[in-house]
Design a binder for this molecule. Structure first.
Ligand SMILES: [Zn+2]
Length: 160
């Protein structure tokens, strides 16, 4: 992505975020008039740092308080430290005190829709277990599933 395009995108996110601060609750409808969850994920995908695989993924999670947190995959030269878009979004949300997640959107540029990997399924179950998960591609193909459906018989806090 060109630097100019990237800076416009980052600026747009900042504006949305700042607008959300004064009135978090009730912002949802206005936020969605501006950008849908799909658009958040598509835009987040543009910021992916994937110089090795070139496989870009964007994620967006909508919370009950009206906030939307996004993530993109971030690769690393060590490979092993690479982080998926879904987990980036979850960590951003948790670190900002987000409450209950109601919808998760994952976008990749694949004909067959890209599901979250195993590690992300564990995190999504623990932090967004009741949210509806939509997988989508850039052509607009979508499929909606429950997180329980893609992560049956989970290990979670109930075992601890
Ligand atoms: Zn993952």
């Amino acid at each position: 992505m060109e630097n100019e395009e990237k800076s416009i995108l980052i600026k747009t996110y900042s504006i949305v975020f700042l607008q959300q601060l004064p009135e978090v609750r009730g912002y949802r409808n206005r936020a969605f008039a501006f950008m849908t969850l799909y658009e958040y994920a598509v835009n987040a995908r543009k910021l992916a740092h994937a110089p090795f695989s070139k496989f870009r993924v964007g994620a967006a999670i909508e919370y009950e308080d009206g906030r939307v947190f996004t993530g993109c995959n971030i690769e690393n030269a060590s490979y092993g430290l690479t982080m998926c878009a879904e987990r980036v979004a979850v960590f951003k949300a948790v670190s900002e005190g987000a409450g209950k997640a109601i919808a998760v959107m994952v976008v990749a540029d694949t004909q067959t829709l890209t599901p979250p990997c195993g590690a992300c399924r564990q995190l999504l179950w623990e932090f967004c277990g009741e949210a509806e998960l939509t997988m989508a591609n850039l052509a607009g193909k979508r499929e909606c599933v429950s997180i329980r459906e893609i992560f049956p018989r989970p290990f979670d806090a109930s075992f601890l």
